[in-house]
Design a protein around this ligand. Sequence first.
Ligand SMILES: Cc1ncc(COP(=O)(O)O)c(C=O)c1O
Length: 471
Amino acid sequence: MSHSLDPEDWQAFRARARDMLDTLIDRMEDYSDGPVWTSPDGYEPKLDTAVLGQGAVRTDQALLELMQYGVGNTHPRFLGWVHGAGTPSGLIADMLAATMNANCGGRKTGAIRIERAVIDWALATFGLPETGSGLITSGTSMATVIALKCARDSRLGFENRKTGHEGQGLVGYTSSHAHSCLDRAFDMLGLGGDALRKIPATPDGRMNQDLLAEAIRCDRQAGLTPFVICGTAGTVNRGAIDHLSDLADLCRREDIWFHVDAAFAAALQLSETHKDKLNGLSRSDSIAFDFHKWMQVNYDAGCVLIRDEDSHRRTFSDRPDYLADMGRGLGSDMPWPVDYGPELSRGFRAVKIWAQLIEHGPEKLGAVVDANIEQARYLATQIKNTPTLELLSYDDLNICCFRYVGDQVETDLDSLNQELVIQLQESGLAAPSTTRIDGKLAIRVNITNHRTQTEDMDVLLDAILRIGRRI
Ligand SMILES: Cc1ncc(COP(=O)(O)O)c(C=O)c1O
């Protein structure tokens, strides 16, 4: 008796796969129609005996039932958090990845060479030396952990990989507007969140460099060891970009690792109009960014780049006997991705990035960036011209934070705006998110979506005014 899980009837499998593909493409053609988001209330998927092992027909029904309950980021009016919209071509690359079923921890395979090609492209694009290294990750959060481990271990001469880093007094610096993934990385690396000094920002949302220099001085005086400055290119609340060149100068003077979180704003590098905003990024020691945000690669696809390949490899590499370099054959072609990160088993994320770049090219992706910045500009202008709305932050990028103030009579504006965003999401018309700007609850619109049109801003504002009045 065969235990194979392959189809018994390949013709039937072909027909099933084609049917499914047609249905998926129908859905993609309709991305712009229907509600942005459908609440999964009432949808209670279970893996109980009623469904386990029920075969292909039941499986496909279950998969299609699920499809309507996405986050909504494929819709042009998904404007919350920082999500890319993905592309239909991503499906083709994902089908190839599923077909190859490659484990990209290492070994001598075409898949590993594709990942290297993507890393080489990224190093060149961001102006890092071609001798640098990198890794495709699940996202910027994981890329940040890898970069900061590299910064920490380099500072300690890699000895800490055996002995730990207790008593070393390591401290790092970032802006008070930086993303929480930096705190999480400090936590995960055993440095503790308090060791990441939060330097207040100037009114334009950038790290205050005088206060930064002062903090470093005080820490050194206290006998601590400053080891990393984490700049941000594109803060999550307003898209502010730290003075990267100045931070690079300071890091050089102080002999400190210069890391940059460029999660979404890395895509500015693809825009002829806006790439200057990233001046100084090429002088960083490490960059964490996402392909799945503004570069529209389907989830998930992040990346870490490291200037000094040797440091990167020494931070992670260790070779048990069963993974030894065999010189030739499958067990060769070193270094492998496992030498640059914590995971041994990894999927083939690089292929969808590679395919996206081949199909659409940096120029077309850069044009999406330009269009989204224009749309945010239009939105900010409309908000300024509407007396019942108050613009809370806008930094000439792709993010606009504002609130409905109505006629300004005694009202709890925080609760009102929170309720407004919830009702807007539930209406399915548009999905912004919320944040706080100077303590005020704000409607946060982030545009990293190639399907968004300027008219979508009008639909959004009409809905906000209508719901605001009603509340
Ligand atoms: C500035 C910034 N850094 C880091 C992250 C985390 O990225 P990821 O969700 O890919 O882990 C985000 C996510 O929105 C971000 O905006």
